[in-house]
Design a protein around this ligand. Structure first.
Ligand code: SF4
Length: 255
């Protein structure tokens, strides 16, 4: 089967555990204001690769991936779910650790056919890295072009299927650093059972040049990167929300 991809990073160290091959698939329905991969948005701009070609490239460096594996990122990888299912099915059969980096935006609650495909994919997926773009739906719309209901429903779907995941949020000063929102984000996470890791990723301007190259005005021109103190404070607020929600759950279980 063929997929459309943007690029391959042979030795990634930030997209899941260990050293990993990171395949960036093409196509994304979101338009995050801070996007550092704006050149992955349009499917037509991608290059063609087959499942077997991905596996051959992986196997060339397999010795380096013993404590890692493969991560498929994007763009939004779930746009090409059939490709992912075939790729991960073949890779799992070889004992390779598989990971998806997604926002879950393609999720359609109530779509049974899609739910079945996702179940097939989750059965061959070891880990997901899930971006919560914003816990407030109106602010999510402003930040990404879409509200957050489907994305949050996707996280609950993964949690219900008992597949471990890491939660990531990009911290953008003035857009996603409101203290109450961060606390509520923690409360949402505290309701989940299979969230393993929380990563607060400081917004950076590294993708701005791609917007320029594509002839688009970079929307966050005046936004500063967050300080270490702001990142630390934001994490504390999220962890407080998680702890409070977990305490509430313990109380309601005991009564
Ligand atoms: S989900 Fe990722 S690739 Fe898509 S617009 Fe947002 S940052 Fe860019």
């Amino acid at each position: 089967m063929e997929g459309r991809y943007h690029s391959i990073e042979s030795f990634g160290n930030v997209d899941g555990p260990g050293t990993r091959m990171v395949l960036f698939l093409q196509g994304c329905p979101l338009r995050c204001l801070y996007c550092h991969n704006a050149d992955t948005w349009l499917m037509k701009d991608g290059k063609i690769i087959t499942v077997d070609e991905v596996i051959t490239r992986f196997e060339k460096n397999a010795a380096f991936y013993r404590k890692g594996g493969i991560t498929v990122s994007g763009g939004e990888p779930l746009v090409q779910i059939d490709f992912l299912i075939e790729l991960f099915t073949k890779m799992k059969a070889k004992g390779i650790h598989t990971c998806i980096d997604t926002s879950g935006i393609v999720f359609q609650p109530g779509n049974q056919r899609q739910a079945e495909k996702l179940e097939t994919l989750l059965a061959v997926t070891d880990l997901l890295l899930i971006d919560i773009k914003h816990i407030d739906s109106d602010k999510c719309l402003k930040l990404t072009g879409k509200p957050n209901e489907e994305m949050l429903a996707f996280i609950r779907f993964v949690d219900n299927h008992r597949v471990p995941f890491w939660i990531r949020q990009v911290l953008v000063p003035g857009l996603s650093d409101d203290e109450q929102d961060l606390y509520l984000l923690g409360k949402f996470i505290g309701d989940l059972n299979y969230a393993q890791v929380l990563e607060v990723l400081p917004y950076h301007r590294m993708g701005a040049n791609k917007w320029d190259m594509m002839g688009m005005e970079y929307p966050l021109e005046d936004v500063e990167e967050p300080s270490k103190e702001l990142v630390a404070r934001s994490k504390q607020l999220i962890f407080k929300g998680i702890a409070d929600r977990q305490a509430e759950r313990r109380v309601s279980k005991a009564t």
